[in-house]
Design a protein around this ligand. Structure first.
Ligand SMILES: Cc1cc2nc3c(=O)[nH]c(=O)nc-3n(C[C@H](O)[C@H](O)[C@H](O)COP(=O)(O)O)c2cc1C
Length: 358
């Protein structure tokens, strides 16, 4: 398949792996790139040394293009330098704001790399284009984790009409129906998160793979209560408890904060800055009490995501998950997901083409 996305990144298929903290290990990233799509490594879980090692490990596992995702609002800002020092050719930023975005774009362009900005609104799409992004990921309401309030069918064409650069649709894409629909809406390709995580290559506990197969599209909820900004997760008891309480015990927040500070490799200063940034996104204003509440929310949410995703405790932890889980019924290899998505999309596009009367 040939679209502006395949041309820009030098890949075979207009499909990318969504950067997913904890899930997109070097093995999964390389498997996606080797299958002809674009593997992307999320970086927030690493420190500068382990990120450098992970990038080098991917280079050992594949000679195909791959990217790194930087969550500019969360985590250690010194990771940016690792990515640019390593001259990673495709860099995707999310949750970014202008003071952080501009130097990153300049640094990546200086060595000939390409930048993908993740956005969830027309306004942010236009801003990313203005700042120099080469492509966009449009995150719709269906997506796992953080998103805006607009569904794919409206948001994708709205963004496509507002910008000129290639756009990749994210959130809810799991098969050829999704790929052909995204192309029909004007996108240049798709980003798959939950679907490409639910594969043999994903290095997650089996308890999580079982949930991905069993859960339906009705089983997720989206709310800012989990980590400070609208975040879509699996509806289990742990998630419902947070929604019902909407607040946390101070003791929980402190112990979760200590644990997540270590897991995300943050200094106390970085940890507190991250929590405040998340709060800023939630409410838009400062204020001592709100900042403390946001810090607690971020700490407890992050701890519960870690508990489910890494420790496999799907009862007490919270699993970040998209509505697309309803379209997932098996755990194939990455190559199988990519091949059948492309085959199905080609059949649909050919059928649509044949329906055009002379
Ligand atoms: C466990 C998990 C972790 C995620 N971490 C990140 C991240 O670190 N950076 C980011 O930009 N998006 C992150 N996302 C969001 C994905 O990049 C993507 O937008 C989403 O998975 C798309 O929805 P889908 O799962 O329906 O395909 C994460 C998603 C999941 C499921």
């Amino acid at each position: 398949m040939k679209t502006r996305m395949t041309e820009l990144f030098g890949i075979r298929y207009p499909i990318m792996l969504a950067g997913m903290n904890w899930l997109t290990t070097p093995k999964l990233v390389a498997a996606v790139s080797n299958a002809g799509a674009l593997g992307v490594l999320a970086s927030a879980q690493y420190n500068t040394d382990t990120l450098r090692e992970a990038i080098r490990e991917i280079r050992k596992l594949t000679d195909k293009p791959f990217g790194v995702n930087l969550t500019l609002g969360i985590g250690d800002a010194s990771l940016i330098k690792v990515v640019t020092d390593e001259k990673v050719l495709i860099v995707n930023y999310s949750l970014g704001r202008p003071p952080e975005i501009t130097p990153l774009i300049q640094a990546v362009h200086a060595y000939g790399g390409k930048i993908i900005g993740t956005i969830a609104s027309v306004k942010h799409a236009q801003r990313s284009e203005r700042l120099g992004a080469d492509a966009l990921i449009i995150t719709d309401y269906e997506a796992a984790a953080h998103s805006g309030n607009i569904g794919a069918i409206v948001l994708i064409p709205q963004v496509i009409d507002a910008v000129k650069i290639p756009c990749i649709a994210a959130g809810g894409f799991a098969d050829g129906k999704g790929l052909s629909a995204a192309l029909a809406l004007g996108a240049d390709g798709i980003s798959m998160g939950t679907r490409l995580a639910a594969t043999k290559e994903a290095e997650v506990p089996d308890s999580i793979k079982e949930i991905w197969v069993k859960a339906t599209e009705e089983d997720t909820i989206i709310d800012p209560a989990f980590d400070g900004i609208n975040c879509r997760v699996w509806r289990n008891k742990a998630a419902e408890d947070i929604l019902n309480k909407k607040s946390f015990a101070l003791f929980d927040a402190i112990s979760a904060g200590m644990m997540m500070k270590k897991a995300l490799n943050l200094s106390w200063k970085q940890f507190i800055q991250t929590a405040f940034k998340m709060m800023g996104r939630e409410s838009g204003v400062g204020g001592g009490k709100k900042k403390l509440a946001a810090g607690m929310r971020f700490a407890v949410g992050s701890r519960l995501f870690y508990k489910a995703t890494i420790e496999g405790d799907v009862t007490n932890g919270i699993l970040v998950m998209g509505q697309t889980v309803g379209r997932i019924h098996d755990i194939p290899t990455v190559a199988e997901v990519i091949e059948r998505t492309v085959t199905e999309a080609k059949q649909i596009l050919a059928k649509m083409n044949s329906q055009i009367a002379d």
